[in-house]
Design a protein around this ligand. Structure first.
Ligand SMILES: Nc1ncnc2c1ncn2[C@@H]1O[C@H](COP(=O)(O)OP(=O)(O)O)[C@@H](O)[C@H]1O
Ligand SMILES: [Mg+2]
Length: 368
């Protein structure tokens, strides 16, 4: 808080827990407070941000100037618009470009007369959060539908199989071929339905889980399957604490993701190209103030499974977490659905960024 402030040090520290950038300014644009997210985004120390004029940080600040003054004058209580934030401008080398960040700006009144609250939401962040919330809802809805459908299919299957067996006993051997087809197809459906229902059937076995132990297990399982031509890189943040969870389920989830990566890399593994061969990286990181679904967590861990394969086919990129969506011959399309369900049972989530040459599946799990 600047000494020249006429206010009795209102406390804005609570804004530090927000993921969006927040600044408290005077009508003249002098910045009295900037929260941690703002500081991070500007790549500046708080002291430097707080001594400056908010208007200096915008590419074209006229709109902001007018709005802040309007709100401070009580002409309106709140207003929003899009703008371009200029960051790192102060350190930009001569001739160097400061980079610009598109933001959505929300200016509103505070309880303190002539102090104005300026909230900045990264446009990319906003769309990403929207997308995540939407896909979270969609996954929930699909899961429910799938589960109900699976139950409806499962119930009559036993009856059909039994009837086919009885029929077989009545039929001449040369006709039993047909009942065999029925029984065989019923068994196939049965196992598909069982796999659709699998993640919901067992009560979770909760214990202390170490994410790196999980990674190591998955790594060794994959290396047994792909002993040559696949490089598994480990990049662990060993300061990550243990957490409560179902170890076996989490191994299954991570295994499904890594197995997909290895399958996508199959041509590269076979070619064993010199130099840049097939590579999967397991990376763990700590994350702060993350939103998962609709809940915010102070602390979480991120496990990235990154591969240098061809990327998720564009046609299915938006749907890979839905059941029965598969981009490969003989795939069931259940691997990622199950992985996502397991992550969600741990209050976490999995998302994916993919382009040719780099696919990154990120599993985020909240930490205590
Ligand atoms: N790392 C990856 N690289 C490229 N495509 C991937 C990757 N991971 C998943 N996919 C795509 O997502 C699809 C769905 O995966 P999944 O749910 O495990 O089902 P399945 O493996 O049975 O096809 C895969 O078929 C594949 O097309
Ligand atoms: Mg799979």
């Amino acid at each position: 808080m600047s000494d020249s402030s006429p206010h009795s040090s209102p406390n804005f520290e609570a804004f530090d827990t927000l993921a969006t950038m927040v600044a408290v300014v005077q009508a003249d644009g002098e910045c009295l407070f900037a929260n941690a997210a703002f500081e991070n985004a500007m790549r500046l120390s708080r002291r430097a941000v707080q001594r400056s004029q908010l208007y200096d940080w915008f590419v074209d600040s006229q709109r902001l100037r007018d709005t802040v003054q309007g709100v401070a004058r009580n002409a309106y209580s709140s207003s929003r618009f899009d703008a371009l934030l200029r960051r790192g401008a102060r350190q930009a080398l001569p001739g160097g470009q400061a980079d610009e960040l598109p933001v959505h700006v929300i200016v509103s009144q505070t309880e303190f007369e002539d102090l104005v609250l300026v909230e900045l939401i990264e446009n990319a962040q906003q769309t990403r959060q929207d997308r995540e919330e939407r896909s979270f809802d969609q996954v929930q809805a699909t899961k429910e539908l799938t589960r109900n459908l699976a139950h409806e299919i499962k119930n009559p299957l036993g009856g059909i199989r039994g009837a086919a067996q009885l029929l077989a006993m009545e039929l001449a051997p040369d006709l039993q071929e047909y009942t065999q087809v029925i029984i065989h197809e019923v068994d196939r459906l049965q196992s598909l339905v069982d796999r659709l229902l699998a993640p919901h059937r067992h009560a979770p076995v909760v214990g202390d889980v170490n994410i790196h132990e999980i990674c190591e297990r998955v790594r060794s399982l994959i290396l047994v399957e792909y002993p040559r031509g696949l490089k598994m890189v480990r990049d662990y943040d060993t300061s990550l604490p243990d957490f409560r969870g179902d170890r076996e389920q989490l191994i299954q989830a991570v295994l499904n993701i890594v197995q997909n990566a290895a399958q996508a890399l199959q041509p590269q593994i076979q070619a064993q190209i010199q130099g840049e061969g097939a590579r999967i990286t397991l990376r763990t990181r700590v994350a702060r103030q993350v939103t998962i679904g609709k809940q915010r967590w102070r602390l979480a861990l991120e496990l990235h499974v990154e591969d240098n394969g061809p990327g998720v086919p564009a046609e299915i990129r938006e749907r890979i977490f839905f059941p029965l969506v598969s981009g490969r011959e003989g795939g069931t399309g259940l691997g990622l659905t199950l992985a996502q369900t397991i992550a969600q049972q741990h209050q976490g989530m999995i998302d994916c960024e993919s382009e040719p040459g780099r696919t990154d599946f990120r599993m985020t799990l909240p930490l205590p």
